[in-house]
Write a protein that binds this ligand. Structure first.
Ligand code: FDP
Length: 305
């Protein structure tokens, strides 16, 4: 049996990543390995602090953020970064080649019930982030901490899935993940809003009428991974009365996932336009999102409009 490539080799050969971009991703992968170790042993309780958006931070949010910051700083390749857990853009070096946006621990409220959680990253060239669009990312990746630790990356040449083996290396699991145009699974965020939002109610009933299957965990990384892994599905978090602009963040969540989904053949819309074309105006920018199989994304957008 042929040996499975290591992440570093794959990034150079199949991902065609420049050496410096490969090194940034390898640093992030090392941070992911440390976070999965921290998840096994760190107290899951609240830290007593809030993040920049006033949300309670669990200890693991802070631990994960510290681990990632340390790795980005040590790489010497990061000009600036924005973390979901920090208020401002952190500038490191105006001459370094890349900037990184990340959510250190998405779905952290699910840690204590032992559901899967994940870290999300987008990488841009240069020091400036405000004013850019997600389509200008040069790479996006996530690490999913579940029963197994997986890393999925794209540097513009396909979406590839790696697994952390028992000697602490990410090795290739599947290459060139593809998402089909039609969906059998649905993952509906903010479902309670269908009670006062007729179009979303109609979408939900269309899914039930088509006998589609519900797959929703409450962690966006796990729910999007479900689509990429099964090769079909749709995830929605539309705007509603509780969240007039949507709840999920363009910079750290929707932007990186839109990049990965489009490179796997799927689509990501805010209901009227492509997420990849939305300009970043603010760190805390929210957006509605409909992401997954292309035809299903189109159908949901039509019903919501
Ligand atoms: P969480 O607040 O638990 O970190 O990013 C936010 C997020 O999780 C996503 O991972 C998830 O898809 C969404 O919020 C879930 O929101 P609801 O609790 O409103 O369903």
């Amino acid at each position: 049996m042929a040996l499975r490539p290591f992440l570093g080799d794959h990034l150079s050969q199949t991902g065609k990543a420049a050496d410096e971009l490969r090194d940034v991703i390898l640093c992030i992968a090392q941070a992911g390995i440390q976070i999965q170790a921290a998840l096994r042993k760190t107290d899951t309780g609240l830290s007593g602090t809030q993040n920049q958006f006033g949300e309670e931070q669990v200890k693991l949010d802070i631990v994960s953020d510290d681990i990632i910051q340390k790795h980005l700083k040590e790489s010497g390749l990061v000009a600036s970064f924005i973390s979901e857990e920090q208020k401002d853009v952190i500038e490191l070096s105006s001459t370094a080649p890349y900037s990184v946006v990340y959510d250190p621990l998405d779905g952290s409220s699910l840690v204590d019930v032992n559901f899967a959680v994940g870290s999300i990253f987008g990488i841009y060239r240069g020091a400036e982030l405000i004013g850019k669009k997600p389509k200008q990312q040069v790479a996006a990746l996530y690490v999913l901490y579940g029963p197994r630790t997986l890393l999925v990356y794209c540097t513009g040449n396909g979406v590839h899935e790696f697994i952390l083996n028992d000697t602490g290396e990410f090795i290739l699991l599947r290459k060139f993940l593809k998402v089909s145009d039609t969906a059998k699974n649905f993952a509906p965020g903010n479902l309670s809003s269908i009670m006062d939002d007729k179009p979303y109610h109609d979408v939900f009933h269309a899914w039930l009428k088509d006998k589609m299957t519900l797959r929703y965990s409450g962690c966006m990384v796990a729910d999007i991974h479900h689509i990429l892994s099964k090769g079909q599905g749709v995830f929605t978090y539309p705007a509603g009365s509780k969240y007039p602009d949507g709840k999920l963040r363009l910079v750290f969540e929707c932007g990186p996932f839109a990049y990965l989904m489009e490179h796997a053949g799927g689509a990501a819309s805010d209901g009227t336009g492509d997420i990849m074309d939305k300009k970043i105006t603010d760190i805390d920018q929210r957006t509605p999102i409909i992401i997954g199989s292309k035809k299903e994304v189109e159908r949901v957008c039509d019903l919501l409009s």
